[in-house]
Design a protein around this ligand. Structure first.
Ligand code: ATP
Ligand code: MG
Ligand code: FE
Length: 334
C-alpha cells in the first residue's frame, strides 16, 4: 500500500509517503523553530499562517521525492489531533481537499498513535507491547494488545516531560526548544544537585514533574540570594537524571505489570541521549526487547502519521469529509 501522511499539529509542516506502513519513500519536514525561537515558544497564530504558506509545496515535494503520483496512493492520512487547533485545521483541510478531488480515501490519525508507530518504520511492531510516550504535551504509558488498540496505563498529572525540559531550560535562559539544549549541556555536567522525584502512590504508573520544576526554581533563587554561582551543566545533568530516573523505573514497572516482552519509546523526548542510554541499559538487564526510533523520527514528522494511518486503512477505518480537527482528541479509537 502507498499512504500519504500529513502532519501540522504544532510547529512542523510535514508530508511523507510510506509504503506498506514500513518503508519511508519520502519524509519532508519544514520546521518553524527559528520563527518561534524569538518568542521563547510556539505562537499559535504564527504557526497556522506558516502551515498555510507551506503545506501545498511540502505535499508536492513529498510526492515528488517518493516518485509517486497522487493517483498511485491508496490512502491519505492526516493528524486530526491533539495539538493546536488552528495548526491542525490546515492539515485536515489539505487532506480533505486532496481526498475529495482525487477520490482517495482519508484516514484520521491520533498524533500520539503516530509517535508510537514511528517505531514500526524501523521494525514491525510485535504485540502485546507497552509504549512510553514522552513529548512536548504528553507523558503516558500505553498498552497495545494489537494494531489500533490503545489502553492508557498511566499519564502525567501536571507537566509533560518535554514541557518540564522546556520550562527548566527557560529558567536557565537557554533558547527554545530547551530539551536538546539541556541534553547537550548535561553531557559536560555531573549529577551533583539533589532534586526530588515524584514517585506518587506505590503502584501508580502516573507521573508528575511540576514539583521538580519548582525545586529547580527554588534552587536557583537560593543561589542568587546567597550570591553563589549555579553550575549550569551540573544543574542540567541533575534535572535530566531526576526525570529519566522516574521514566525508566515506571516503564519497567508497566512492562512487569502487563507481562509484555516489548517496550517502545516514543515522542520528542525519545531523542534525549541519556534517556536512550539509561533505558537501554535497564532493558538489557531485565531482558526486555526495547525499540527506540532513530532521531529523525522522534520529533514530529508525517512518516509516523502515514505508518499509523496505514493500519486504519487496512482495517477500513475511514474518515469522511465531515472530519474536523480536534485539539483534545483522546487516544481511544480501537
Ligand atoms: P505532542 O507530541 O505531545 O503533541 P509536540 O508534538 O510538541 O507534543 P514533540 O515534537 O513530540 O512534541 O517533541 C518536542 C519536545 O521534545 C519538546 O518539548 C523538546 O524540548 C523535546 N525534546 C526534543 N529533543 C530532546 C532531547 N534531546 N532531550 C530532551 N527533550 C527533547
Ligand atoms: Mg515541534
Ligand atoms: Fe509530537
Amino acid at each position: 500500500s502507498l499512504v500519504l501522511g500529513i502532519e501540522t499539529s504544532c510547529d512542523e509542516t510535514s508530508a511523507a509517503v510510506v509504503a506498506d506502513g514500513t518503508r519511508v519513500l519520502s519524509n519532508v519536514i519544514s520546521s518553524q523553530m527559528e520563527v518561534h525561537r524569538r518568542f521563547g515558544g510556539v505562537v499559535p497564530e504564527v504557526a497556522s499562517r506558516r502551515h498555510v504558506e507551506r503545506i501545498t509545496l511540502i505535499i508536492e515535494q513529498a510526492l515528488q521525492e517518493a516518485q509517486v503520483e497522487l493517483g498511485d496512493l491508496d490512502a491519505i492520512a492526516v493528524t486530526q489531533g491533539p495539538g493546536l487547533v488552528g495548526a491542525l485545521l490546515i492539515g485536515v483541510a489539505a487532506g480533505k481537499a486532496l481526498s475529495f478531488a482525487s477520490g482517495i480515501p482519508l484516514v484520521a490519525v491520533h498524533h500520539i498513535a503516530g509517535h508510537i508507530y514511528a517505531n514500526h518504520l524501523v521494525k514491525p511492531l510485535e504485540f502485546p507491547l507497552v509504549s512510553l510516550v514522552v513529548s512536548g504535551g504528553h507523558t503516558e504509558l500505553i498498552y497495545m494488545e494489537k494494531h489500533n488498540h490503545f489502553e492508557r496505563l498511566g499519564q502525567t498529572r501536571d507537566d509533560a516531560a518535554g514541557e518540564a525540559f522546556d520550562k527548566v531550560a527557560r529558567l536557565m535562559n537557554l533558547p527554545y526548544p530547551g530539551g536538546p539544549q539541556i541534553d547537550r549541556l548535561a553531557v559536560e555536567g555531573s549529577i551533583s544537585y539533589d532534586l526530588p522525584r515524584a514517585w506518587l502512590e506505590p503502584d501508580s504508573l502516573d507521573f508528575s514533574f511540576s514539583g521538580l520544576k519548582s525545586a529547580v526554581m527554588q534552587l536557583m533563587q537560593k543561589a542568587k540570594q546567597r550570591q553563589e554561582e549555579i553550575r549550569p551543566a551540573d544543574l542540567a545533568a541533575s534535572f535530566q537524571h531526576a526525570v529519566i530516573d522516574v521514566l525508566v523505573e515506571k516503564s519497567i514497572r508497566a512492562v512487569k505489570k502487563t507481562g509484555v516482552k516489548h517496550l517502545l519509546l516514543a515522542g520528542g523526548v525519545s531523542a534525549n541521549s541519556a534517556l536512550r542510554v539509561q533505558l537501554s541499559k535497564r532493558c538489557e538487564q531485565e531482558q526486555i526487547d526495547l525499540r527506540i526510533p532513530p532521531l529523525e523520527l522522534c520529533t514530529d514528522n508525517a512518516a509516523m502519521i502515514a505508518a499509523a494511518g496505514t493500519f486504519l486503512f487496512y482495517e477500513g477505518k475511514f474518515a469522511d469529509l465531515t472530519l474536523n480537527a480536534d485539539p483534545g482528541l483522546p487516544l481511544t479509537y480501537s
